[in-house]
Design a protein around this ligand. Structure first.
Ligand code: NAP
Length: 335
């Protein structure tokens, strides 16, 4: 049976997921969409052969919808996910699950009350081949214990809606989850440094670049550069320095160019290109999970742990001190 999926928010990410569900993921089709831009969304619904719901809550409640994808703007995620849980619907929510950890706690509480996992969070880096292979290698122990991580999250440019807090909440949240998963450890402290020297390509509401420092329970230290107007492409790096060696991501590449005494490869233009296979894999896993009535991807608890950490980063950025990270006890549903 083909699952009928409803997508809420059909901007860049929403449309990307619609395309992948309809054309690359097996076993599901997008049959309904909702978005606050009625005219644009009505036309798009027609184009893809889906029903347009002006009221997103009606879409969530509809009997003919088996699963919900939430790709609307960050502050709206919590409400839609809670509504889906209320109706016992499976829901895939783009990151962040909620901007505040308290919002994630509301979701965790609603889900644990049902004693069933209904939520998967869009932390797709766990399905990127580079991260997967790095984790496999680290888990063998051949390189010894991880000691330090040097990471970068660079975007070519961002639009004028993107402001200083988003560097943490919207961007670094990916590393926060991926590194916690990679090291299998939680974070104990966070600090954000806003360098005095900024790029000329930023705007008044955005401090760019920013430097984030995290420390794990066992004492692994991480530095993460978030630089969202780097001008040269979408550049994700993660280098793990271990006791007996070092391991790092490379940008996926299929060719290199040699010309005029230079030898170079391409840098991806954006997240869609860089992580295309990881997005395909996470949504296939979600669809398969619905069919087997068992969701195994990143959980509401992972969403909560990410928001606790990004909230600590924001507190540090706003107050200039290092923040100790404290979190609730993990409910048995997520053990
Ligand atoms: P976007 O292009 O601005 O699209 C969001 C869409 O949702 C817009 O059409 C927006 O309308 C609409 N919307 C806003 N509030 C809504 C509401 N209450 N109900 C229904 N629709 C609403 O943003 P995007 O880049 O696609 O990002 C969407 C989400 O995906 C964000 O949460 C973002 O963090 C996430 N994302 C994840 C990744 C990843 O790598 N996993 C990458 C990119 C984005 P307006 O434009 O009128 O506000």
């Amino acid at each position: 049976m083909e699952l009928r999926i409803g997508v809420i928010g059909i901007g860049a990410m929403g449309r990307d997921h619609v395309d992948r569900i309809n054309n690359r993921v097996n076993g599901a089709k997008v049959s309904a969409i909702s978005d606050i831009n009625v005219e644009v969304a009505t036309a798009y619904a027609k184009e893809i052969g889906a029903t347009f719901y002006e009221d997103a809550e009606a879409l969530i409640a509809a009997d003919e919808i088996d699963g919900i994808v939430v790709t609307s703007w960050d502050p709206t995620h919590e409400g839609y996910v809670l509504e889906a849980i209320k109706h016992d619907k499976y829901v895939f929510c783009e990151k962040p699950l909620a901007l505040e950890a308290s919002g994630c706690t509301n979701i965790v509480n609603a889900e644990t009350a049902k004693q069933k996992r209904l939520v998967q969070v869009g932390f797709m880096r766990r399905y990127d081949r580079g991260y997967e292979e790095m984790k496999r290698e680290l888990d063998t122990g051949v390189l010894g214990e991880p000691l330090l991580l040097h990471c970068t999250h660079r975007n070519e440019t961002v639009d004028s809606k993107y402001d200083t807090p988003m560097a943490v909440e919207n961007t670094a949240v990916h590393e926060v989850d991926a590194l916690r998963w990679l090291l299998q450890e939680d974070f104990v402290s966070a600090q954000v440094i806003l360098p005095k020297k900024q790029t000329q390509y930023t705007h008044p509401k955005l401090h760019d670049p920013q430097l984030i420092l995290l420390q794990t329970e066992s004492g692994v230290c991480i530095d993460l550069e978030v630089f969202v107007n780097c001008q040269f492409g979408y550049d994700i790096n993660c280098k793990v320095v271990c006791e007996k060696g070092e391991i790092g991501l490379t940008n996926p590449t299929y060719f290199n160019v040699k010309t005029e005494q230079k030898d170079y490869t391409r840098v991806p233009s954006d997240w869609k290109e860089r992580f295309i296979s990881a997005y395909d894999k996470e949504l296939q896993l979600w669809v398969d999970g619905i069919k087997h009535d068992e969701i195994t991807g990143p959980s509401a608890w992972d969403g909560y742990m990410a928001s606790v950490t990004t909230n600590a980063c924001s507190e540090s950025r706003d107050n200039g001190y290092k923040v100790e990270i404290k979190f609730d006890e993990k409910p048995s549903l997520y053990q």
